[in-house]
Design a binder for this molecule. Structure first.
Ligand SMILES: NC(=O)c1ccc[n+]([C@@H]2O[C@H](COP(=O)([O-])OP(=O)(O)OC[C@H]3O[C@@H](n4cnc5c(N)ncnc54)[C@H](OP(=O)(O)O)[C@@H]3O)[C@@H](O)[C@H]2O)c1
Length: 304
């Protein structure tokens, strides 16, 4: 679907502004920062007043609502101009997000809903794609069924995920994975936030789905070389067979469903099933997507 450019006229947001669900998280936080920088009226949705302390933007307005409490959603979205939602992968994800879709559909207006999904969520029927994509596909099907105005953002793997390997990189100089020489176009979460902010504040995105990626495909071996250069010490990639990878994830405390889902994702990468590069970041922001070297230079502390 065509994408309106970075210089399009802003939507006239006459209401109280945009609500960001997931605002204490990786992408919601980036969306919140980007909207605040654009001087757009924005409110962060937090599950409790105490969670406001986890927001990365000072003095931002907050609304207390919980996706597990439908009544709180009805009150939260009333009169909103736009709504962004990102929630963690979980067995509850479809239930939580469809509750929000229903609240948005019933709101006066109703507002434009921008949903974070994942690259490949639309690669086939939900029963035939990986579990992490299937949850998103089911929510998108629901958005279509109830007829809510919506846009889907489907990013590739986040560069920020690499910080989750900081402990073994530090202790052993090893980046573990189970993706062989399959690559992906790692994306900077800040770029996903910038695309979301653009979509929430410019017209022309109703019904669109944008695959949001970084600028280049890198397998884990190439990432290890980039890490070596950025950190000034050797980092090598060690490829682990699927079953051992899954057992390792469980042994460090991940719930079995998540260990299985992440292993399935690595298998998709291994099969070269996620080697997609798009220019959605450039179309939305007018600049090239952030590359991994730039991201690593800015986030060296995460590996210190
Ligand atoms: N990691 C990747 O490489 C990648 C790539 C593509 C797509 N994705 C997609 O990205 C999504 C996760 O985004 P993220 O990494 O930004 O998430 P995240 O950092 O884990 O943040 C999740 C947010 O959801 C909020 N939340 C959780 N349960 C809630 C509830 N019941 N009511 C209201 N808010 C609730 C959390 O609030 P609290 O602070 O209160 O917990 C937090 O703000 C997943 O759907 C995944 O499929 C990830």
């Amino acid at each position: 679907m065509p994408h309106s450019g970075p210089n399009d006229l802003r939507l006239n947001l006459g209401g109280p502004g945009i609500l960001v669900f997931g605002a204490t998280g990786t992408i919601g936080g980036a969306v919140l920062r980007n909207l605040a920088e654009r001087d757009v009226a924005v409110k962060a949705v937090v599950r409790s007043p105490e969670r406001a302390a986890a927001l990365g933007v000072p003095d931002v307005g907050t609304v207390v609502a919980d996706l597990a409490d439908p009544a709180s959603l009805t009150a939260a979205v009333r009169d909103a101009d736009g709504v962004f939602v990102a929630t963690p992968a979980s067995p509850e994800q479809v239930r939580l997000e469809t509750a929000l879709v229903d609240a948005v559909a019933a709101a006066p207006g109703p507002p434009h809903l921008v949903k974070l999904a994942a690259l490949g969520y639309d690669a086939g029927p939900p029963d035939e794609i990986i579990a992490l994509g299937a949850n998103h596909a089911r929510v998108v099907q629901h958005m279509q069924a109830v007829g809510v105005r919506h846009t889907v953002l489907a990013p590739s793997g986040f560069m920020a995920n690499l910080a989750g390997s900081a402990a073994t990189i530090r202790a052993e100089g090893v980046l573990y994975g189970s993706s062989g020489d399959g690559g992906l176009s790692w994306v900077d979460p800040a770029d996903v936030g910038a695309v979301a902010a653009h979509v929430l504040t410019t017209p022309g995105h109703d019904g669109a789905s944008y695959d949001v990626t970084g600028p280049e495909i890198l397998d884990h071996d190439a990432v290890a070389r980039r890490l070596s250069a950025a950190l000034g010490r050797p980092v090598r990639y060690v490829d682990v067979p699927s079953q051992a990878y899954r057992q390792n994830l469980e042994s460090v405390g991940l719930p079995p469903w998540l260990a299985a889902a992440l292993t399935e994702l690595q298998e998709l990468y291994r099969a070269h099933g996620a080697e997609v590069v798009t220019d959605e970041v450039e179309k939305a922001t007018g600049r090239r997507a952030t590359d991994l070297d730039t991201w690593l230079a800015a986030h060296r502390d995460a590996f210190a």
